[in-house]
Design a protein around this ligand. Structure first.
Ligand SMILES: [Zn+2]
Length: 96
C-alpha cells in the first residue's frame, strides 16, 4: 500500500508545483519499489565515486611525503622542477 506522499519529496527534495504530476516531478509516477531501486542505484553510484576519490587520495598520499619540518617532499620534485624551469624559459622567450 502506497503511503500518501507529501512535499517536499523525500527522494529528490522536489517541493514545487505539480508535485503529484510525473511530467513536472518524475518521482510522482514511480512506485515506492521503483524509487527504492533508484535510490539504491544512486547510492551504488556514489559509492563508486567515493571509491575513485579514495583511490585518488591514496595515490596522492603515496607520492606526497612530509619532512620533519612539515614541508612536503614529493617524488615529483625533479620532474616538477624541470617543468617549472621549462615553463619559465618559455615565458622569458615570450617576453623577449
Ligand atoms: Zn521526487
Amino acid at each position: 500500500m502506497n503511503q500518501i506522499r507529501q512535499a517536499p519529496c523525500m527522494h529528490c527534495g522536489y517541493n514545487g508545483p505539480g508535485f503529484h504530476q510525473p511530467k513536472t516531478h518524475p518521482c510522482a509516477g514511480k512506485t515506492d519499489a521503483e524509487l527504492f531501486l533508484d535510490y539504491k542505484s544512486q547510492i551504488t553510484h556514489l559509492e563508486t565515486l567515493l571509491g575513485d576519490i579514495k583511490d585518488l587520495f591514496g595515490e596522492v598520499n603515496d607520492i606526497i611525503k612530509f619532512d620533519s619540518e612539515g614541508e612536503f617532499e614529493t617524488e615529483w620534485d625533479e620532474r616538477m622542477h624541470k617543468a617549472i624551469q621549462a615553463a619559465a624559459t618559455e615565458l622569458e622567450k615570450d617576453d623577449g
